[in-house]
Unconditional design. Structure first.
Length: 478
């Protein structure tokens, strides 16, 4: 089940707030935006993923009869509000980045305009979907960068929090850079490449290691990747793999080996020497065992001889999070006027940007992104051929003048209008291709695994003035 389509897939306070808005007949047309403040994994960027699921969930977000009965049993919700929930259907608009697009801190990634109750009820579902999927896609992207083009097999299904989480994790990993998945259900659902080798149980179930390898190669002659560390990688595993490999070579076939324990760098180099000496230069080596991008990078720097990586735990369940937040930026008051709002904080980094926004990406002559530029709704996009003053999103005294740029792209596009989907989702592989093309356009300094160059996300002078005006206004009230 996709829990996100149930009206109960929310934090409880969203329901109690909703009832309060309903009872007080205070349900103004409002705009909320989702963004994150700092990049996950100390990365220079993130890969935005989750909007396709969010749109599907929003359109189908409903309270079933069972949901209503449960809420009624709590004794906190009145019949008229429960009747409202029973007939709930999203009526507003959604603009967002495309799935797979490269994104950065503090810029609006998703924007919802709808009556206040609708905006509030959807908050947790939106954050749950985008925070998790964007994190996984970003991890996969960094792993692919670290691999220097080597194949990445996503093995995370058994480590995911739930079965459903494993499915969206596989989708996100493929978009971010993984080449295949062990998750057969996800592969079937999204038309992905399914991959896998064997487990230690296969080897241990035979009377000897050679028989295990020989039988597997007979069964899967075109996918004979042999797990050689069940007993001893260098004393028996590689010797038995070579025997099978030579037999396969006589048939015009080749083998691969996987190492899942020990000193992966040293073992891979020794195994490569043994394979080459035996005349199996085309045999491949796969490494697995709790590999993240830092470990992967160190393996390659230390000379590991490897063709592919199998990565599960550190891709799907490594304890990292994306701290995406969802904040109100404007509402229509009782006089029918749109009022911009911001969240104040004693920590300047937690100040939000007021008003409904556009996000523009500016490019140089060669199509390389130079910066992202946030404006208030109604402002014209920056004009090609003219200078642009880039104001820091947080610090007033930091700015930079961009002397020129060649082209501009609007990053937020309509996904739902008047409660109806207004775009056609792409396939996972189409998203993967466009995401990779987008990432490749960025200078390599932004993609460094350690201490990446900070990509400029800036605000217009009009937006800066509006933020400062509201800060002064709020301070005068206190």
């Amino acid at each position: 089940m996709n829990e996100g389509k149930s009206g109960l897939f929310c934090d409880f306070y969203e329901l109690t707030m909703g009832q309060g808005f309903f009872e007080k007949k205070h349900n103004p047309l409002s705009t909320f935006e989702m963004f994150y403040r700092t990049s996950p994994l100390s990365s220079g960027y993130a890969v935005f993923v989750g909007i396709d699921e969010v749109v599907d969930n929003i359109i189908n977000f409903r309270f079933s009869k069972e949901d209503i009965s449960y809420l009624k049993s709590l004794g906190m919700f009145k019949d008229d509000f429960l009747s409202y929930l029973e007939n709930f259907k999203f009526s507003g608009d959604v603009n967002a980045f495309d799935d797979g697009e490269i994104c950065f801190p503090r810029e609006p990634l998703l924007q919802i305009k709808a009556p206040m109750i609708e905006c509030c009820l959807l908050e947790t579902m939106i954050l749950n979907s985008i925070n998790f999927q964007t994190l996984i896609a970003t991890k996969a992207s960094r792993l692919k960068t670290a691999s220097a083009g080597r194949s990445i097999m996503e093995f995370g299904m058994r480590r995911a929090a739930t079965g459903y989480a494993s499915v969206v994790a596989s989708r996100s990993a493929i978009i971010g850079g993984a080449d295949s998945t062990s998750n057969t259900f996800a592969a079937s659902l999204y038309n992905l490449k399914a991959s896998g080798t064997m487990s230690h149980a296969w080897v241990m179930s035979f009377s000897d290691e050679y028989s295990a390898f020989r039988t597997f190669a007979d069964l899967y002659p075109n996918n004979a990747i042999l797990l050689i560390d069940t007993y001893d990688t260098l004393s028996s595993g590689i010797d038995n793999a070579i025997k099978v490999g030579l037999e396969q070579k006589q048939k015009g076939l080749k083998i691969g080996v996987r190492i899942d324990s020990g000193d992966l760098s040293y073992l891979s180099q020794e195994v490569r020497k043994r394979l080459d000496k035996a005349g199996l230069e085309d045999a491949t080596i796969c490494l697995s065992n709790d590999i993240n991008e830092s470990v992967l990078r160190e393996l390659l720097l230390s000379g590991a001889d490897v063709n592919s990586f199998g990565i599960g735990t550190k891709l799907v369940a490594d304890g990292e999070t994306l701290g995406g937040v969802y904040k109100m930026v404007s509402f229509v008051d009782e006089n029918g006027e749109e009022r911009n709002v911001l969240k104040m904080s004693s920590s300047v980094e937690k100040l939000t940007l007021p008003g409904v926004h556009n996000v523009f990406r500016l490019f140089d002559d060669d199509g390389h992104p130079l910066c992202d530029y946030i404006t208030l709704k109604g402002e014209n996009p920056p004009e090609v051929g003219k200078k642009v003053l880039l104001n820091h999103t947080v610090y007033d005294n930091e700015n930079y003048t961009l002397k020129s740029f060649k082209s501009v792209k609007s990053m937020l596009s309509p996904k739902i209008t008047g409660g109806k989907r207004v775009y056609t989702p792409k396939s996972v592989m189409e998203i993967k291709t466009s995401s990779n093309e987008s990432l490749q356009a960025f200078d390599k300094s932004y993609k460094r695994l350690v201490n990446p160059h900070i990509y400029k996300v800036s605000i217009s002078s009009t937006l800066k003035s509006e933020r400062n005006r509201l800060i002064d206004e709020y301070k005068s009230r206190s």
